[in-house]
Design a protein around this ligand. Sequence first.
Ligand SMILES: *[C@@H]1O[C@H](CO)[C@@H](O)[C@H](O)[C@H]1NC(C)=O
Ligand SMILES: *[C@@H]1O[C@H](CO)[C@@H](O)[C@H](O)[C@H]1NC(C)=O
Ligand SMILES: *[C@@H]1O[C@H](CO)[C@@H](O)[C@H](O)[C@H]1NC(C)=O
Ligand SMILES: *[C@@H]1O[C@H](CO)[C@@H](O)[C@H](O)[C@H]1NC(C)=O
Ligand SMILES: *[C@@H]1O[C@H](CO)[C@@H](O)[C@H](O)[C@H]1NC(C)=O
Ligand SMILES: *[C@@H]1O[C@H](CO)[C@@H](O)[C@H](O)[C@H]1NC(C)=O
Ligand SMILES: *[C@@H]1O[C@H](CO)[C@@H](O)[C@H](O)[C@H]1NC(C)=O
Ligand SMILES: *[C@@H]1O[C@H](CO)[C@@H](O)[C@H](O)[C@H]1NC(C)=O
Ligand SMILES: *[C@@H]1O[C@H](CO)[C@@H](O)[C@H](O)[C@H]1NC(C)=O
Length: 445
Amino acid sequence: MLPVAARSPRTALLALLWALLPGFPEHVELEPLPQWQPVGENLTLRCQVEGGAPRTNLSVMLLQGEKLLSWQPAKGTPVAEVTATVLARRDDHGTNFSCRTELDLRPQGLGLFQNSSVPRQLRTFVLPKVRPHLVTPGIMEVGTQRSVTCSLDGLFPASEAQVHLALEDQRLTPTVKYSKDSLSATALVEVAPRDEGVQQLTCAVTLGNQSQRTQESVTIYSFPAPNLTLSESEAPEGTVVSVECKAHAGAVVTLIGDPDESPFPSAQITLNATAKDNGRGFVCSAALEVAGHVLHKNKTQKLFVLYGPRLDKENCPGNWTLEEGISQTLRCQASGNPIPKLDCRRKGDGALLPIGESRPVTRDISGTYVCRATSRRGVATHEVVVNVIYQQSNLVTIIAVTALILGIAATGGTVAYLYNRQRKIRKYRLQKAQEAAAMRLNTPP
Ligand SMILES: *[C@@H]1O[C@H](CO)[C@@H](O)[C@H](O)[C@H]1NC(C)=O
Ligand SMILES: *[C@@H]1O[C@H](CO)[C@@H](O)[C@H](O)[C@H]1NC(C)=O
Ligand SMILES: *[C@@H]1O[C@H](CO)[C@@H](O)[C@H](O)[C@H]1NC(C)=O
Ligand SMILES: *[C@@H]1O[C@H](CO)[C@@H](O)[C@H](O)[C@H]1NC(C)=O
Ligand SMILES: *[C@@H]1O[C@H](CO)[C@@H](O)[C@H](O)[C@H]1NC(C)=O
Ligand SMILES: *[C@@H]1O[C@H](CO)[C@@H](O)[C@H](O)[C@H]1NC(C)=O
Ligand SMILES: *[C@@H]1O[C@H](CO)[C@@H](O)[C@H](O)[C@H]1NC(C)=O
Ligand SMILES: *[C@@H]1O[C@H](CO)[C@@H](O)[C@H](O)[C@H]1NC(C)=O
Ligand SMILES: *[C@@H]1O[C@H](CO)[C@@H](O)[C@H](O)[C@H]1NC(C)=O
């Protein structure tokens, strides 16, 4: 018990006194624990006790909370070290470890004296040996924003995990959602023209002193829409218009309507503008291949053709036979761009024909009219004859008077015959006229 023979007599004397006189330990300390302890790995607890006598009556306890882990005599001078190994578990996270000495001087009639170390809190963690799951768009267009998500399951304690998301060396600021044992971090990536090319997107999840990372490539491309140009967007009829579609570097275009639709970096068609081309749309579709994806961008342009004014039989019949008293809408339309103004005036008195209004036909609209369509491009005229058929209510009287003058002993039968015949003729004419009109005229029921 007294290995002091080699020391000076003074030291040997002090050691002897120290061994004999009872005294509390001067210092009881639990060695610092690792900042983070992986679950499933052994943790060694070390407790150092300085002083305390007599050593034969001094023991050391290692405690987790109030739970006794190990109880050993204090061995070693002048500092006694006591160790214990524990397998770290999830449940140990947040628990306190401490070490306590007991100087048992009860046999000497002095009692039991305890001294404790400052407690140390343990933090345990689980970071699975798998790479985080990184969801990226794969390709991204310059000037756009997309979100990327990185997630990892099986974390403990998930809320303590840190995420680092970066596009090359440009750090992103993700919004992190924690659940019981996982996390999911979402960040917006915005790419600028200087980022064009293949870039690495990295996600690293750090927990405790460990980290897991994943990398994915993102191809950043620029793809401006093609340029679709018309030599004239408002062309007078009969002018030659060229339509040209040009792609930007790397892309090819297809101009819809081009007989030679094979894709080239540019395409062109020329046409002699006709009234039919007014409002015609041209579509230029550019295609670009980026990392195995074929992308399209389209441009549309409309051609406006200035023509007319025009008045033709199809849209304005030249001969209208109408029946008095029947409601009808008189239709006459002039075509042209710009849209012409139209009026039809009767020859002679200049009365206006009520076009486009639904109203009962009166006999006084009969006559020959000149329809005139006017636009800043000129004037077109068209003659329209309007016949109104009406009841000849005085016919019977005329026939009766004629018969009287001629002195013929006319019977009611003859008059009736004549009247009926007259009526049949009129009916027949009307029928014919209506048939003729129906072919050209849109008559509402
Ligand atoms: C040890 O405990 C005793 C009482 O049990 C106390 O008087 C003494 O100061 C303690 N020593 C240390 C170093 O804490
Ligand atoms: C993490 O900490 C443990 C315990 O302190 C240690 O054994 C291990 O080497 C450390 N790992 C890393 C990657 O630093
Ligand atoms: C932990 O230590 C015990 C003995 O103290 C040993 O049996 C066990 O294999 C160790 N476990 C690990 C994971 O090192
Ligand atoms: C205390 O030490 C003495 C000898 O120094 C021994 O006889 C006694 O049994 C010890 N008591 C305890 C409780 O260890
Ligand atoms: C561990 O000790 C710290 C102070 O050191 C205390 O705040 C905490 O509540 C203790 N934890 C437990 C589980 O006792
Ligand atoms: C365009 O078509 C019009 C009518 O068909 C014709 O008169 C004209 O000469 C044509 N212009 C050209 C340049 O071919
Ligand atoms: C498309 O038009 C813009 C200006 O309108 C021009 O700067 C650009 O060079 C054109 N691109 C191509 C491929 O012609
Ligand atoms: C562009 O045109 C191409 C070919 O006509 C078509 O497949 C594609 O869906 C169009 N894209 C858009 C955005 O309109
Ligand atoms: C109009 O039609 C009537 C019969 O429906 C016909 O007799 C006449 O000749 C036609 N006039 C013109 C100008 O077409």
